[in-house]
Ligand binder design. Structure first.
Ligand code: CAA
Length: 248
């Protein structure tokens, strides 16, 4: 039996992993809303380009690190008579530097964007999911939140925090038909990973047993499963997909 059509919100859904997740949820028959950083013309043009190809999704410029910005988004979505059934907290950034070189601004920016966003984006939508008795919240963490990474005290701390958030919220909403899970991808063929210095990246890839970077679509397929009715008994889990780079 195929799932009924749901409405999904994917933060940072305009590129990289978020784009692949948005695409996979569209392919699964869902309505998809994405957010991108405010004023991002490239993202707006991308959505127009998709519409020209007959692929329709709604896109909003939202700063997920700012609570009011997300509340404004929730007001617009609800004003259009829509409710979010599937929330994918994907938006995230890196500001890599060893702790000695990391400044307070880049500590705060990464923590606000990657961890505070869990509160900011989940809070306006979770209540209605519980009232309707169905919901899926999927939080994107990282291999580096599980094992730590040289040069990423900020990112590793935030991504480890993501799963703490998942486990606590999963307990609070389980009786109401809402599941909360973490997906922890490894190194993927995305712009974010391409920003890692070439030599460092080669060293990292040589430590991946599968011998290559992951494809965003591989993670997106996993997210789509977790978003389905078939995954109703799965909650509070952290699912890793990293080519064997970190086994737990
Ligand atoms: N372990 C131990 N020592 C290391 C090391 C490591 N992994 N990497 C570097 N070092 C050593 C260097 O050999 C060097 O030693 P010496 O001073 O004795 O020569 C010292 O540490 C300084 O290293 P760098 O020259 O690299 O320091 P830097 O300040 O120039 O660069 C850095 C630091 C920017 C963090 C750089 O190392 C880097 O970009 N690392 C990659 C971080 C990374 O993997 N980011 C992932 C981004 S993608 C992502 O996050 C998505 C996801 O979820 C997976």
């Amino acid at each position: 039996m195929s799932d009924q059509k749901r409405t999904a919100l994917v933060t940072g859904g305009n590129r990289g992993l978020g784009e692949a997740i948005a695409q996979a949820l569209l392919d699964a028959g869902h309505e998809v809303i994405i957010t991108h950083t405010p004023g991002n013309r490239k993202a707006a043009d991308w959505v127009k380009g998709l519409a020209a190809q007959g692929i329709h999704l709604s896109a909003y410029g939202v700063d997920v690190s700012v609570y009011e910005s997300v509340q404004e988004l929730a007001r617009k979505i609800h004003a259009d008579g829509r409710q979010i059934d599937i929330l994918v907290n994907n938006a995230g950034i890196t500001r890599d530097a060893t702790l000695r070189k990391l400044d307070k601004a880049n500590w705060d920016l990464v923590l606000r964007t990657n961890l505070d966003s869990m509160f900011n984006v989940t809070k306006p939508f979770v209540e209605a999911m519980m009232e309707r008795g169905w919901g899926r919240i999927i939080n994107i963490s990282s291999i580096n939140g599980s094992k730590g990474q040289f040069g990423q005290t900020n990112y590793s701390a935030a991504k480890a925090g993501v799963h703490g958030f998942t486990m606590a919220l999963a307990q609070e909403v389980a009786r109401k038909g809402v599941t909360v899970n973490t997906v922890a991808p490894g190194y993927l063929a995305t712009e974010m990973v391409a920003a890692v210095p070439e030599e460092t990246l080669q060293r990292i890839v040589s430590g991946i047993p599968v011998g290559r970077l992951g494809e965003p679509a591989e993670i997106a397929a996993l997210v789509t499963f977790i978003a389905s009715d078939a995954a109703a008994f799965m909650t509070g889990s952290k699912v890793s997909m990293n080519g064997g780079q970190h086994m737990q």
